[in-house]
Design a protein around this ligand. Structure first.
Ligand SMILES: Nc1nc2c([nH]c(=O)n2[C@H]2C[C@H](O)[C@@H](COP(=O)(O)OP(=O)(O)OP(=O)(O)O)O2)c(=O)[nH]1
Length: 131
């Protein structure tokens, strides 16, 4: 099973999202995303999840970081770089909170463990006004 996430970059910041559920992961921070559906392209899953979770349209580009095998072993996390299309701003439709993090703020939230290597791979993309 593949879980995709979106590293949405805007003005040198990345969007981080606080999980609201389930209890085991609530309060941990992640990239918006979710499970790829059967027959669905990964990029399309990123676009769908951003619409469902944030109410925004995104344009998806390159991968950020490599495949991350998740704790339970049956799933892999793949994160894609994305940017907002249009003027709508992300809203926490399913998350407890949203935060735009600059380079120096990346460690200010408790990320899900699988996201750590992705966050490390993001560093070179932030700070230079990336978006
Ligand atoms: N969306 C997302 N999930 C992540 C990240 N890192 C990480 O370990 N996960 C885990 C948490 C969940 O166990 C799983 C994704 O499940 P999910 O609940 O977001 O997926 P979904 O939106 O398709 O949800 P559902 O339809 O099954 O309820 O992957 C991340 O950065 N983003």
């Amino acid at each position: 099973m593949v879980v995709v996430g979106a590293a949405i970059l805007s003005a040198g910041r990345v969007l981080a999202c606080e999980r609201a559920a389930p209890p085991e992961t609530a309060g941990r921070w992640e990239f918006p995303g979710g499970k790829v559906e059967p027959g669905e392209a990964e990029e399309d899953a990123v676009i769908r999840e951003c619409a469902e979770e944030l109410g925004v349209q995104v344009e998806v580009s390159a991968r950020v970081g490599g495949d991350v095998r998740m704790a339970h072993g049956r799933a892999v996390l793949r994160v894609y770089r994305a940017r907002l299309v249009g003027t709508a701003q992300p809203r926490a439709l399913e998350h407890a909170a949203l935060r735009w993090l600059a380079l120096g703020e990346l460690d200010s939230v408790p990320w899900l463990p699988a996201d750590r290597p992705i966050v490390a791979a993001l560093r070179p993309l932030l700070g230079g006004g990336a978006g």
